[in-house]
Design a protein around this ligand. Structure first.
Ligand code: 2RA
Length: 344
C-alpha cells in the first residue's frame, strides 16, 4: 500500500517543484493532493502526466494523509503544521517556523538522517534554509575527516529563493532596462537587475541579516554546535541556483587533494574542478539538477589548515523540494513511517 501525500503551497515555486520531484523519483504515493490558500483554489498543477486541481487548505481533512509537505511560509506553518500533525500526518516543513525548535529535527539526509528518530515528539520535521542545505552537504565529509573549526561564507543567491514574484521582478526590471522604461522595485529593497544586493531577509540587532543568522544556527544544529560560522548573504540577478564561496579552517591537517578525493565520493556531492577556464560549476549548470556541485577546491595558505571552495546547487531542489522529499524517503527507508489504512 502506498502513501497519501499532501503538498501545501502547491502553486508556489517550491510546491510545484515538489510535485515534479515526487513524480520524477517515483515516490511511493497512491494519492497526491495539491493544497493552497483559498485564493489559489481551482488553479491547476502538474503531477507527472496528471493535472491536480488545487484545493483549500482550511477545508481539508488530513485524517487519511500520511505525509504533508509544507511550503506555505512561516505564518501558515505555525498555525497549520501542529493541526495537521495532530491528525496523524507527518509534516515536513520548508519554512523557518520550526527549524530551531528542540523537539523538531532539522534534517539534511546526507548529513544527519539519524536525527529523524526524534520526529514523533511533534510529528513535524524541518527542512533547512536553502543556503544551509547545500553548504552542510559539502561540509559534512570534510568535517568527518579533519574537524571544522570555523567557516566564512559569502553567498550569491538567486531570486527564486524569494519566490515567484521575485523572479517576475528580475524579468520585468531587465526588460525595462532594455526598453528604457522606468525600473520599478517592489519585492527587493533595491533594483536587482544588473545589480547585487547585500541583504537577504530582515536585519537583526547585531547587524547580521536573518538569512546569515539562519546559516549560522542551522549549520550548528545539523552538523556540529562547535562549528563557528560567519556569513554574508547576497542576492544576485540569477533565476535559479545559489552559489557560495566557502572558506574553512580545520583543526587537523587536510590537503586540497584529500578534500577533492573525499568530496568526489561523498553523498550528494559532485566535484567539477579543472583548473582551467570554465572548469567549474555555475548556477546555470546546477539548475534542474540534484547534486551539490563543488569547484575551485584549493588550500588557503593564510591559516594552518584551511580549504577554500565554491559550492553551487539548485536552491529549489536540494535547497527545498528535493531535500523535503529525501526526508520523506529516509523516513520510509528507516521504517519510521507506515501508510495509514485507508477507507475502501
Ligand atoms: C532565499 N533562503 O534565498 C531564502 C529562501 N529560503 O531568499
Amino acid at each position: 500500500m502506498g502513501y497519501k501525500v499532501a503538498v501545501v503551497g502547491a502553486t508556489g515555486n517550491v510546491g510545484r517543484e515538489m510535485l515534479n520531484i515526487l513524480d520524477e523519483r517515483k515516490f511511493p504515493a497512491d494519492e497526491v493532493v495539491a493544497l493552497a490558500s483559498r485564493k489559489s483554489v481551482g488553479q491547476e498543477c502538474s503531477y507527472g502526466d496528471k493535472t491536480l486541481k488545487v484545493k483549500a487548505l482550511d477545508h481539508y481533512d488530513f485524517s487519511d494523509v500520511d505525509i504533508c509537505l509544507m511550503s506555505a511560509g512561516g505564518t501558515v506553518s505555525k498555525e497549520w503544521s501542529p493541526k495537521i500533525a495532530a491528525q496523524g500526518a507527518v509534516v515536513i516543513d520548508n519554512s523557518s517556523a520550526w527549524r530551531m525548535d528542540p523537539d523538531v529535527p532539522l534534517i539534511v539526509p546526507e548529513v544527519n538522517a539519524h536525527a529523524l528518530e526524534g520526529f514523533a515528539k511533534k510529528n513535524i520535521i524541518a527542512n533547512p534554509n536553502c543556503s544551509t542545505a547545500q553548504l552542510v552537504v559539502a561540509l559534512k565529509p570534510l568535517h568527518d575527516k579533519a574537524k571544522i573549526k570555523r567557516v566564512v561564507v559569502a553567498t550569491y543567491q538567486s531570486v527564486s529563493g524569494a519566490g515567484k514574484e521575485a523572479m517576475d521582478e528580475l524579468f520585468s526590471q531587465t526588460k525595462s532596462v532594455f526598453t528604457l522604461d522606468e525600473v520599478t522595485t517592489k519585492k527587493f529593497p533595491k533594483r536587482i537587475a544588473f545589480n547585487v544586493i547585500p541583504q537577504i531577509d530582515v536585519f537583526m540587532e547585531d547587524g547580521y541579516t536573518k538569512e546569515e543568522w539562519k546559516m549560522m544556527m542551522e549549520t550548528k544544529k545539523i552538523l556540529d554546535p562547535k562549528i563557528k560560522l560567519t556569513a554574508t548573504c547576497v542576492r544576485v540577478p540569477v533565476f535559479v541556483g545559489h552559489s557560495e564561496a566557502v572558506n574553512i579552517e580545520f583543526e587537523n591537517p587536510i590537503s586540497d587533494e584529500e578534500a577533492r578525493e573525499i568530496l568526489r565520493s561523498a553523498p550528494g556531492c559532485l566535484v567539477i574542478d579543472k583548473r582551467e577556464p570554465g572548469g567549474y560549476a555555475t548556477p546555470y549548470e546546477a539548475a534542474g539538477e540534484d547534486a551539490t556541485y563543488i569547484s575551485r577546491i584549493r588550500t588557503d595558505p593564510t591559516v594552518e589548515h584551511g580549504i577554500e571552495m565554491w559550492v553551487v546547487s539548485d536552491n529549489l531542489r536540494k535547497g527545498a523540494a528535493l531535500n523535503t522529499i529525501q526526508i520523506a524517503e529516509s523516513l520510509i527507508n528507516r521504517k519510521l513511517l507506515q501508510a495509514k489504512k485507508k477507507a475502501a
